[in-house]
Structures are given as structure tokens and as C-alpha cells.
Ligand binder design. Structure first.
Ligand code: NAD
Length: 352
């Protein structure tokens, strides 16, 4: 691993999945330190995954000279402060979603990253499923024609047991609800395929659990390309599904409905036999699969960092998703459509 990146994972909840992702790519990454305020839990996880060092102190980890990247997997309210500390220590940062809790906060992270000369990559690992990657490739090859409509369902189940974890379900610590915490991936998948949103009309409500944040959401969007779409979200669905369906002039693309893997195969592609069907089939057949999920995002991160290219998920991507979310919250509060972009001066720029 002569040119590999040395990683500190912070937070041993979902952080365990990150560790597994790095360990799928041993030529590219070595997890050197696991940091968690629950030091005994960290020690048990570190032993299981062969990580040499554990620490309960984020600041100490940032001071270590043998670390290149700090990977933040702590609850959302910790992200802004930890990103800032890591950047000021001269470390690259990978950070779980939601990166931060407002559009203003992501703009601040962008400024801090520029000043530090280090990179910050938000996590959106669902992007890298092979089904969604096929559609992305067809879009990038300009084969799909105009976009007409998209439909998205995020129908998941969360009960009171899930909300026993004290940071969840509270505005101060989770920062938002089903839209910010769960459906942010689904929003990102739409923006990844279709580009920016132009206007948003949304409704949010809390009906499933006794929590401070929303657990049911309905959104109607107009995209900058003129296409229209809907996203519906609930955390009260006994039968869990996720579904993305994109209708373009030359192809209808529909995901599988596995709730936590719908960007992966299989996807159903219906091509127009009177159009460019053969060209599209050939393009999809040529696409060489890269790793998926966390390993897929980390693999692309490594290539981008080493080759000086754009990261596979940028701060602009996190901003775009947070803008749609801020607009939905505002629309729901005011009962009016909201035009994007959201910048300084908008009532939802500073906080949700
Ligand atoms: N991308 C995804 O699919 C995905 C899935 C689950 C969670 N997440 C995100 O990951 C983040 C963590 O969620 P989780 O479910 O793992 O939460 P969790 O509560 O299960 O785990 C968080 C861990 O961080 C530790 N921790 C808390 N504060 C800390 C601090 N200041 N320094 C060091 N360690 C600290 C806790 O002790 C705990 O072990 C959240 O932002 C969440 O939204 C993303």
C-alpha cells in the first residue's frame, strides 16, 4: 500500500460499513484509527476489523501525522464542527449525510475547504449502484432524449425502538426528519440523473411516530430541464420499498424496489424500438462495472484525489440536495411553491 490513503473513521455506528468499504480496497486504503466516544465499543469493533488504534478524542485524531483523511460518521449535529476542525488540521474529509443542516452551512464548508486546500466529500453511496450507473451513462452519452416525468417512492419503516437512540427524532440533533435523514439519498439520485431543480412544492407532516421532525413527505418538482416529478416519503410503511422511475423520450428506466438497494441491479429499461434502441443497448453492454455502495464511492474518491479530478460527490451536490430540502420545508410551512436556488437572504438559507 505504498500510495494508499490512511483513514481515521470517527463514529462506530454506520462507520462499521465504511470500515468494510475501505477494507474491500486494501491497495487504496488503510483504516489506521477508529474514534468513538464509546471507547469500549470502539475497541471491540477495532479488534474485529483489525484496526490498530482507537481513540475517544476527535481532536487527538486530527493531530495525528499518520492520517490523511478523517471520515466523519457521527450524528449530524457534530458534522459542522468536526469538518472545520479536520480541515484546519490539514486533513481531507469524508462525511456522512446529511453533511450539514442548512444551505448556509454547506457554503461555509466550501469556504473552509478552499482556504485549507483540502477536499471534503459528502457521502451519497446510493449513486454508485450498477442500475443507476447504467442510466447515468446513457444520460451522459446524450442518448436518452428529453426527460418527461419522474416518480420516486421512499416507503420505509421506523418504530419507537429506532427513536430510542437519543439523537434521532429531535430537531436539535437530527436536524430534520424523513426527508433530510432518509430520503436525501432519493433526492440526490434524482438530481444526479436530471440536474438541478427549478421549483418545489411540498408538504411535510408527522404521523407515524411521536417525534419532533417529519416522517411523511410529498413533493412536486419542476426541474431546470423542464421535466416534472414527484417524491413521496413515509417512515410508516409496513412493506418497505424504494422506487425510482424516470421517463425520457427514448427510454423508461425503472429501479428494483429493494428498500436499501434500489440503485443496484436489476433495473428495467424499456427502449423505443423505432428509435436508438440498439445504440443504447450497446452503450449499456460496454459499461464496465466499478465497485458499488461505500466501496464504490471510496474507489472513485481515491482516483479523483490522486488524479486531481472532481470528486465523485461534491459539495455542490450536497448543496443541491439541501436546497431542495430547505425549499420543501419552506413550501410546506408557507403553502406556496419555492423557486431555487436558495441563497443568502432566503428565510430558509441559514436554518431549516
Ligand atoms: N449513508 C447512509 O446510508 C447512512 C446510514 C445510516 C446513518 N447515516 C448517517 O451516519 C451518521 C451516524 O449515524 P448512525 O446511525 O451511525 O448513528 P449511531 O448513533 O448509531 O452511531 C454514531 C456513533 O458516533 C459516536 N459518537 C457520537 N458523538 C461522537 C463524537 N463527538 N466523537 C466521536 N464519536 C461520536 C457514538 O458513540 C456512536 O457510536 C448520521 O449522520 C446518519 O444520518 C448514513
Amino acid at each position: 500500500m505504498s500510495n494508499g490513503l490512511r483513514i481515521a473513521v470517527v463514529g462506530a455506528g454506520i462507520g462499521v460499513e465504511h470500515i468494510k468499504g475501505y477494507q474491500e480496497l486494501p491497495e487504496l486504503f488503510a483504516v489506521k484509527v477508529l474514534c468513538d466516544i464509546r471507547i469500549e465499543h470502539a475497541a471491540a469493533v477495532a479488534e474485529k476489523y483489525g484496526i490498530q488504534k482507537v481513540s475517544a478524542s476527535f481532536d487527538d485524531v486530527c493531530r495525528r501525522p499518520d492520517i490523511d483523511v478523517i471520515d466523519i460518521c457521527t450524528p449530524p449535529a457534530f458534522h459542522p464542527g468536526q469538518i472545520e476542525t479536520a480541515l484546519k488540521a490539514g486533513k481531507h474529509v469524508i462525511c456522512e449525510k446529511p453533511l450539514v443542516g442548512s444551505v448556509a452551512a454547506v457554503d461555509l464548508v466550501s469556504r473552509l475547504a478552499s482556504e485549507s486546500g483540502c477536499q471534503v466529500m459528502p457521502i451519497f453511496q446510493y449513486r454508485f449502484g450498477h442500475g443507476l450507473q447504467k442510466l447515468k451513462y446513457l444520460v451522459d452519452q446524450k442518448l436518452v432524449g428529453e426527460a418527461f416525468v419522474f416518480n420516486v417512492d421512499v416507503a420505509w419503516w421506523r418504530d419507537s425502538e429506532y427513536y430510542r437512540n437519543p439523537w434521532r427524532g429531535k430537531r436539535a440533533t437530527e436536524l430534520g426528519g424523513a426527508l433530510l435523514s432518509q430520503a436525501i439519498h432519493a433526492v440526490d439520485m434524482v438530481l444526479y440523473i436530471l440536474g438541478p431543480a427549478k421549483s418545489v412544492f411540498g408538504r411535510t407532516t408527522t404521523r407515524v411516530n411521536q417525534i419532533e421532525v417529519e416522517d411523511c413527505v410529498a413533493i412536486a418538482l419542476e426541474m431546470a430541464d423542464g421535466s416534472l416529478g414527484t417524491i413521496s416519503v413515509t417512515l410508516g410503511s409496513l412493506a418497505e420499498i424504494s422506487r425510482h422511475r424516470f421517463t425520457f423520450r427514448n427510454v423508461t428506466a425503472e429501479s428494483n424496489i429493494q428498500p436499501y438497494a434500489n440503485s443496484r441491479e436489476p433495473w428495467a429499461f424499456s427502449f423505443n424500438p423505432a428509435g436508438n434502441e440498439k445504440q443504447m443497448k450497446d452503450a449499456v453492454d460496454q459499461l464496465a462495472p466499478l465497485p458499488e455502495r461505500y466501496a464504490g464511492q471510496f474507489y472513485r474518491f481515491y482516483q479523483a484525489l490522486r488524479n486531481g479530478k472532481e470528486l465523485p460527490v461534491t459539495l455542490g451536490d450536497a448543496r443541491a440536495a439541501l436546497e431542495v430540502i430547505a425549499a420543501t420545508y419552506y413550501s410546506s410551512e408557507k403553502n406556496e411553491p419555492v423557486n431555487l436556488p436558495i441563497g443568502p437572504g432566503h428565510p430558509k438559507y441559514e436554518t431549516f
